[in-house]
Design a protein around this ligand. Sequence first.
Ligand SMILES: [Zn+2]
Length: 154
Amino acid sequence: MPEEPCQCPDCQRFYREHDRLIREFPTLRTQQELNWAALQSFRTLSGRVLEDLQKQHGATNHETLSKPLSPAGAAEGEETMDSLQQVIADLENINAHLFSIEALMERVFDVKVPEDIEQKFRELAGELAPDPLNADRLRLNRLLHQTPDLPDKN
Ligand SMILES: [Zn+2]
């Protein structure tokens, strides 16, 4: 028997989102635009947070130098600074990877296909991710759920 896909809430949320993105962006062109916008918004936001943290980190450094701290306070401040430095390093890494992904994506986005191929994308998108609120689909789901384990309320 083939293994059933995981049905935990996280996976279900992923399947729903996955299918929605196919349904709402059912062509090569719209998938390209969607993914480009997603990548750019990710870069803009995380780049901005990094910039802010770097500024803040500079300020924290300055404060520590100008303010005499008790030994306990100094140790605490150092710990906070270490974890802040780790976050900054992680975000710098993410931004470097996003930059590489952008370079790869540019190649994926150079491609254009004729309208009949876009039509094929639309057809298969409809098969892969049918509208869950479609009347036929709802009827089918109800039939599937009429099992001895899950008796219908009627
Ligand atoms: Zn799961």
